[in-house]
Each structure stands twice: as structure tokens, then as C-alpha cells.
Design a protein around this ligand. Structure first.
Ligand SMILES: *Cc1c(COP(=O)(O)O)cnc(C)c1O
Length: 236
């Protein structure tokens, strides 16, 4: 029998981490079934930003192997503290070129590659890195992600890089738009990338509030935070 988990985490929800994790998994399976897809096509990455290392440890105890962070400092500290767990750390935040080398020291999967200069900076590190090309699905240029009209150029650049393996595309659904429509656009951008890189079939999409829509539109890598971790502690 598993010990009773008196979750010391800061969740404001009364359900336990294990319960929320199980519930998310069953919703994922259900959405896959509804979309006529196999749940085995879907990778779940738990976004642990703003949560303490202890919560990540509890997730690992539940069988989680893939976790994501969006800020270098926090990710570097947590991944160092939890090095014994052998987790795969995904980086999903906006990434400055001068942090490229540091981030690849603990994260070999970067979901937020959105400009040629970042491709060059990552390639220059000389370590193999898996990348997703991030699209900006909004009209706001301050958001992370490349403009769709720049995608072909970015894809060609990444394809030419020696140390990068392009897995596919990534996006965050815009606020104020039906997520499924946004994810349908992302799928069309995935088609465009695959014309250049046929193996870049992955689609990183779907967060706590929209992962069912993402699954319906072909997402393969779900990045789910709060629905599993509970609400993030305040402070940022
Ligand atoms: C925080 C974050 C997520 C997870 O969001 P939730 O709403 O907590 O599920 C996914 N992707 C990115 C890029 C994020 O920054």
C-alpha cells in the first residue's frame, strides 16, 4: 500500500497530487478515444514552474519522467537538486541566446525555439538538442514564437543545424480565441514544417484548460501544469 500522501505542497485545492494526476491521465485517455487516437501517441509533460523541488519529487514517485520549466534560474536549481531522479527536463519559456549554453546543460528538449539567432546559439553549443519550433498564434509580436510567415525560413535554418533535431512545432493557444481553432492552425503549420523535415511530426500543444482541444487537433506532447500540480504559489 502506498503511504498516505499528506501533500506538503502549496496547492489550494483539497484533492491530492496523486488524485489530480490520475484525473488528468484519465481525461487524456478519454480525449484520445474521442478523437480516435491512441493514448500511446501522447506524451505528458508536467509543468512544475513556481513549485518547489519537493513537488517534483512527489511527481517522480507517481511515475512522472518528463517535467518542464520556463525560467532558466529556477530550472537550473531544481534540476541540480533533483539530479538523482533521472528526469527529463523540458524548457518551455522564452530563451535568450546568451542562456543557450547554460540551458542545454540540464535540458536537451527545448520547446521554445523561435528565431534564427537562437538556432545558431544552440547549435554553437555543440551538444545534441531536441527542439520544437514555437509559433506565435496571436497578433501580439511581444509573445514568444515566430510569426507564421517566418516559419519556413526558421525551419530551413534549424534543418541545416548540425546538433539540432527538430521534433516538430509548439504553441500556446491565444486568450480570447476558441482553442481548437488555434490548434487547427498549428496543425497546418506542422504540415508546412514536415514538407521540409518529414520526421518533425510532433506537436507540443495543450495546457490545463485546453488539452482536450489540442488532442483533437493532433497534439503529441501535452504541457500540463496547474491541473496536476494544483494552483501555483503566488509570487509571480
Ligand atoms: C505554464 C505553462 C504551461 C502549463 O500551463 P497550465 O495552465 O498550468 O497547465 C504550458 N506551457 C507553457 C509554455 C507554460 O509557460
Amino acid at each position: 500500500m502506498t503511504p498516505t500522501s499528506t501533500s506538503p505542497t502549496s496547492s489550494s485545492s483539497s484533492s491530492s497530487l496523486a488524485e489530480r494526476f490520475a484525473s488528468a491521465q484519465s481525461r487524456i485517455r478519454e480525449a484520445a478515444r474521442a478523437a480516435g487516437r491512441s493514448p500511446h501517441e501522447l506524451s505528458l509533460i508536467v509543468v512544475t514552474k513556481n513549485h518547489p523541488a519537493q513537488l517534483v519529487r512527489e511527481l517522480a514517485d507517481l511515475g512522472v519522467q518528463d517535467v518542464a520549466e520556463n525560467r532558466h534560474q529556477e530550472a537550473a536549481e531544481k534540476s541540480a537538486e533533483l539530479a538523482d531522479l533521472g528526469l527529463r527536463w523540458h524548457f518551455v519559456g522564452q530563451l535568450q541566446t546568451n542562456k543557450a549554453r547554460a540551458v542545454t546543460q540540464y535540458s536537451r528538449v527545448i520547446h521554445s525555439v523561435d528565431r534564427p539567432r537562437l538556432v545558431n546559439a544552440l547549435d554553437a553549443v555543440g551538444e545534441s538538442v531536441e527542439v520544437f519550433l514555437q509559433l506565435n498564434l496571436t497578433e501580439d509580436p511581444a509573445r514568444g514564437g515566430c510569426r507564421p510567415e517566418q516559419l519556413t525560413e526558421l525551419t530551413e535554418q534549424a534543418a541545416a543545424a548540425t546538433h539540432l533535431r527538430v521534433r516538430g512545432v509548439m504553441a500556446v493557444a491565444p486568450l480570447g480565441e476558441e482553442p481548437r481553432a488555434a490548434f487547427a492552425r498549428l496543425r497546418s503549420y506542422s504540415d508546412r514544417v514536415r514538407e521540409i523535415l518529414p520526421d518533425a511530426t510532433a506537436i507540443s500543444a495543450g495546457m490545463s484548460h485546453d488539452f482536450e482541444a489540442a488532442i483533437a487537433e493532433g497534439a503529441t506532447h501535452l504541457r500540463i501544469g496547474a491541473a496536476i500540480t494544483g494552483n501555483r504559489p503566488l509570487g509571480d
